[in-house]
Design a protein around this ligand. Structure first.
Ligand SMILES: CC(C)(COP(=O)(O)OP(=O)(O)OC[C@H]1O[C@@H](n2cnc3c(N)ncnc32)[C@H](O)[C@@H]1OP(=O)(O)O)[C@@H](O)C(=O)NCCC(=O)NCCS
Length: 156
C-alpha cells in the first residue's frame, strides 16, 4: 500500500469510499433515513467532495492501483478520514493518519486535533486524548454526540 497526495482524478473514488462508509455507519449507529440522505448529499457526492476538500491538504491510500482510503487536514485539524469498509482493520487508517500528522508537523504545528462523531475509539487507540465532549451543533448529524480529541505530535 502507498500513501500519496490526492489528485482531482481521485474524486470519484473518494466519493464512493465516503458513501460506502456513511452507509456502513448508518447501519452501525442507526442513523435515520433523513440523516443518511443528508450525509450522502452534503458530504459524499463528487461535487460535495470537490467543494469540501478545496481548502484541505489531502492524501489517499492506494492498494493495487485502487484508492482505498483518504485523509484530509486543515491547518492542524484532521478534517476527513475514511477507509473503504472492505479494507478497514488492516492498518490503513493508522497509515493515513500518520501521513496527516507528518504534514501537520511539517507545517510547524505540534498538536493535532480531530472532531469525531463516529470513531473516537480509533483516535484514542492511536494516541489521541479526549479534550471535550459536545453534541453536533449543525449539519446532517445535528444533536448527535461529538468528541474533540487532541494529540501532541513528536518525531519518533
Ligand atoms: C475509523 C477508520 C478510519 C479506521 O480505519 P482502519 O483502517 O479500519 O483502522 P486501522 O486498521 O488502522 O486500526 C488501527 C487500530 O485502531 C483500532 N480501531 C479501528 N477502528 C476503531 C474504532 N472505531 N474504535 C476503536 N478502535 C478502532 C484497530 O483495531 C487497530 O488497533 P490495533 O493496532 O491494536 O490492531 C475507519 O474505520 C473508517 O473509515 N470508519 C468510517 C469513517 C469514520 O468514522 N471516520 C472517522 C471520522 S472522524
Amino acid at each position: 500500500m502507498i500513501v500519496r497526495t490526492m489528485l482531482e482524478a481521485d474524486v470519484p473514488a473518494v466519493a464512493t469510499i465516503t458513501s460506502d462508509c456513511y452507509r456502513a455507519l448508518a447501519r452501525r449507529e442507526q442513523y435515520t433515513t433523513d440523516e443518511l440522505s443528508a450525509l450522502l448529499a452534503e458530504c459524499a457526492s463528487e461535487e460535495a467532495v470537490r467543494r469540501r476538500y478545496r481548502g484541505f491538504a489531502a492524501f489517499v491510500a492506494e492498494q493495487d492501483d485502487a484508492v482505498v482510503g483518504v485523509v484530509a487536514i486543515e491547518r492542524n485539524e484532521v478534517a476527513q478520514l475514511f477507509v473503504s469498509p472492505v479494507f478497514q482493520g488492516r492498518g490503513t487508517g493508522r497509515r493515513l493518519l500518520a501521513a496527516a500528522e507528518a504534514a501537520i508537523m511539517n507545517s510547524g504545528c505540534r498538536t493535532s486535533r480531530v472532531w469525531s462523531a463516529s470513531a473516537p475509539g480509533f483516535y484514542e487507540k492511536v494516541g489521541y486524548g479526549v479534550t471535550e465532549k459536545r453534541v453536533c451543533a449543525g449539519g446532517p448529524l445535528k444533536g448527535r454526540p461529538l468528541v474533540v480529541l487532541d494529540k501532541i505530535l513528536t518525531r519518533d
